[in-house]
Design a protein around this ligand. Structure first.
Ligand code: ADP
Length: 389
């Protein structure tokens, strides 16, 4: 050993490299006590060292993982893509994560996923390149949970709860008028029918017509409000779908505790850039992932697949499918309508707002049975780059 000490010196400024010279015991003591998970790898992705905190987080001992490819700590799509990430960085020097840090998902030995914040240091050593990753478990570490909470509060300003609050008060106010009018017309008609004659029946017909018109007006108020909540203000930017999905996924997994969900994400690297309001699209994804998790609560196997594929007309199609019981027929027919819920605590607004958001982006959202018998939700978004990027 050890290229690792140079990486450590590079990744942890403040400790001079000289302090490590020949000091294997010193490295050991750092690995044993550094509060973050610390994983050093070589340029082929092979694990050189694994700290005690990393063992606690991932469930592997250092001896289990030393020499193995670091991708075993990652879920898809990073697992398959990681060798390529290192290669690209070595070839181009273009950092996507090194020196930047980001929130993403990691995979424990038992297959369960958890949200992490990852920062990576890069060092040139006489033995070659060494990358040292510092991993914070965002499910457990209170001080860093705040970062996730920030992200979450960004998302939740469009959340179901606030949507419900504003929708409810606006509805109560706006609907009062047409409902009162309908009640009056009906009451009048009932009285006219007590002693019907031709003239009175004509008046009843007119009252019925007016009542129907008021009912349609009431429906329009509901629709307008929903559109207002859904479209609100949009700020569209070019975003990476991969980053967007990874963050939404990390958010969906927080608070899930140890509930193991097999999360399988495969995204088309050729259709990564989209022109979207990030928070709104994360809101849609979060809603679909949470619905899937809730639907699978009693399923023996809990598997969510997230896929993206390039679609026609410069669109990309995202799919979230689960291995739950599938959509019940009575709900399926009215899936995207507001206030349709099969849950005791459900408000039945998530999907109707999601539809508003996706349509506001020029896309489409629909559901169908998934291959495994569960539900699959698909939506399309406009791509920001051309087909051959
Ligand atoms: P809520 O979650 O508050 O009920 P949503 O609009 O998000 O509101 O969902 C409406 C209904 O659609 C749910 O109550 C549920 O019955 C059904 N649903 C949504 N996603 C799924 C899914 N993945 N599997 C089965 N049913 C689902």
């Amino acid at each position: 050993m050890c290229p690792f000490k140079d990486a450590l010196a590079a990744a942890a400024p403040g400790h001079g490299a000289a302090g490590f010279d020949g000091d294997d015991a010193y490295q050991r003591s750092i690995l044993a006590t550094v509060p973050d998970g610390m994983v050093a790898i070589d340029s082929a992705g092979h694990i050189l060292s694994f700290s005690a905190a990393a063992t606690a987080m991932f469930g592997y001992d250092e001896a289990d993982v030393r020499g193995r490819n670091v991708k075993l700590l990652m879920p898809q799509p990073d697992r398959d893509a990681h060798d390529g990430y290192i290669r690209r960085y070595l070839e181009t020097g273009e950092a996507r994560i090194i020196g930047i840090g980001r929130v993403m998902s990691a995979q424990r030995r038992d297959g369960s996923l958890f949200p992490i914040e990852l920062a990576i240091g890069d060092a040139h050593t006489p033995q070659g390149r060494v990358f040292t990753g510092f991993v914070r478990d965002l499910t457990e570490r209170q001080n860093t949970e705040r970062r996730l909470a920030d992200l979450q509060s960004e998302v939740s300003h469009m959340s179901r709860v606030s949507a419900m609050g504003s929708l409810a008060s606006a509805l109560a106010h706006e609907l009062n008028q047409p409902l009162t009018a309908i009640a009056n017309y009906m009451e009048g008609a009932r009285e006219l029918l007590a002693a019907p004659d031709a003239e009175r029946i004509a008046m009843v017909r007119e009252a019925m017509g007016e009542a129907a018109a008021e009912a349609i007006r009431a429906g329009e108020i509901v629709r307008r409000l929903r559109d207002f909540i859904a479209r609100g203000s949009t700020e569209k930017r070019v975003e990476s779908l991969r980053k967007l999905v990874t963050e939404a996924n990390a958010l969906a997994l927080t608070g899930l505790g140890q509930t193991a969900v097999d999360m399988d994400i495969r995204l088309d690297p050729h259709a990564d850039r989209v022109l979207v309001d990030r928070i709104q699209i994360q809101q849609v994804l979060l809603n679909l992932i949470r619905n899937a998790i809730e639907a699978m609560q009693r399923s023996p196997r809990r598997r969510i697949q997230i896929r993206s594929v390039a679609a026609d007309n410069n669109m990309v199609r995202l799919s979230v499918s689960d291995s739950g019981p599938g959509l019940s027929p009575d709900i399926a027919a009215h899936l995207f309508e507001p206030f349709r819920s099969s849950k005791a605590e459900g408000m039945g607004l998530g999907l109707s707002i999601s539809r508003g958001l996706i349509e506001g982006h020029g896309g489409r959202i629909w559901a169908e049975p998934s291959d495994g018998g569960g539900a699959a939700f698909h939506f399309t978004l406009m791509r920001a780059d051309s087909e051959d990027d």
